[in-house]
Design a protein around this ligand. Structure first.
Ligand code: CP
Ligand code: NVA
Length: 302
């Protein structure tokens, strides 16, 4: 993570361990341990898609690290009226010290990072959601003491969550099975890149055998609303419910990046059960993102 966090390819194994250690302290000693790594720094936040967790946890996290979070409404910026990504990056480089961005195209985020002189953090694109998966890995480490567990992702295997989770499996040594219909299979290149840690399986019951964690995400990601009817029909056999969980490991835990749609990708009998650790997972977004920002800015100040 020299400057940017664009995908989990930017994180080394050593840095992942450091993120875990720092997040643990930031969580335990919230309000006293932060230091002032962002003092005097203004961090822009562009969200071209909806957000609850990411926006709020970054805004709070930046404030707690001593910085000034600046929400930039894309609809009211000139980029929304056709100003280029590169020009926007050059102009913002004269004012701000960092940017958290949620948008559609990963290529736009990469171009922005290339053109900007400040760190850029990917807060979700159609292709990746690295901050989410770092928080998920930390949550797994907290609950199991290790990330060397079996996690099964069920549902849309071609989503930003599945893509980042595969990279996360490779990074952390986790055994990951992505169970999805063929139509929503994981990207072949990412699957190959993450072998042997990530595998694909069409049968959800077969996939969850011996699972320590079962993870799902919405069937209709932001930007894919037009495909709703087809996705509902194709993904219906992949709902995570108590019947499916009964085939998993004895102490299986349930993960979901949220927001959840009860009755679609997850049944209430799992979402609201004591198997579910989704709110720990959501809380950890804050601690992990604070750790990531601390590491990036400490590095830049060196
Ligand atoms: N999990 C996640 O990124 O949630 P938001 O869309 O609410 O930010
Ligand atoms: N795959 C989902 C994740 C939401 C946090 C989406 O992109 O909408």
């Amino acid at each position: 993570m020299y400057k940017d966090l664009l995908t989990l390819r930017d994180v080394s194994c050593g840095e992942l361990e450091e993120i875990f250690e720092l997040s643990t302290r930031l969580k335990k000693e919230r309000g006293t341990f932060e230091g002032n790594v962002l003092k005097g720094k203004s961090i822009g936040m562009i969200f071209a898609k909806s957000s609850t967790r990411t926006r709020v946890s970054f805004e709070v996290g930046i404030h707690e690290l001593g910085g000034h979070p600046m929400y930039l409404d894309q609809g009211r910026m000139q980029i929304g009226r056709g100003e280029t990504v590169a020009d926007t990056a050059h102009v913002l480089s004269r004012y701000i010290h960092g940017l958290v961005i949620r948008t559609y195209s990963q290529a736009d985020v990469e171009e922005l990072a290339k053109e900007a002189n400040f760190p850029v953090i990917n807060a979700l694109t159609d292709e990746y959601h690295p901050c989410q998966i770092l928080a998920d890995l930390f949550t797994i480490k907290e609950h199991s003491g290790t990330t060397k567990v079996k996690t099964v992702f069920i549902g849309d295997g071609a989503s930003n969550i599945a893509n980042s989770l595969m990279l996360g499996a490779k990074l952390s040594g986790m055994e990951l099975v992505v169970a999805s219909p063929r139509e929503y299979m994981p990207d072949a290149k990412i699957l190959a890149e993450c072998a042997p840690f990530a595998k694909w399986c069409e049968d959800p019951i077969e996939a969850v055998k011996g699972a320590d964690y079962v993870y799902t995400d919405v069937w209709v990601s932001m930007g894919f609303e037009e495909e709703r009817a087809k996705r509902m029909a194709t993904l219906a056999p992949y709902q995570v419910n108590a019947a499916l969980m009964s085939h998993a490991g004895k102490n299986v835990k349930f993960l979901h990046c949220l927001p959840a749609h009860r009755g679609e990708e997850v049944a209430a009998d799992v979402m609201d059960s004591n198997m579910s650790i989704v709110f720990d997972e959501a809380e950890n977004r804050l601690h992990v993102q604070k750790a990531v920002m601390s590491m990036i800015y400490r590095n830049l100040d060196k």
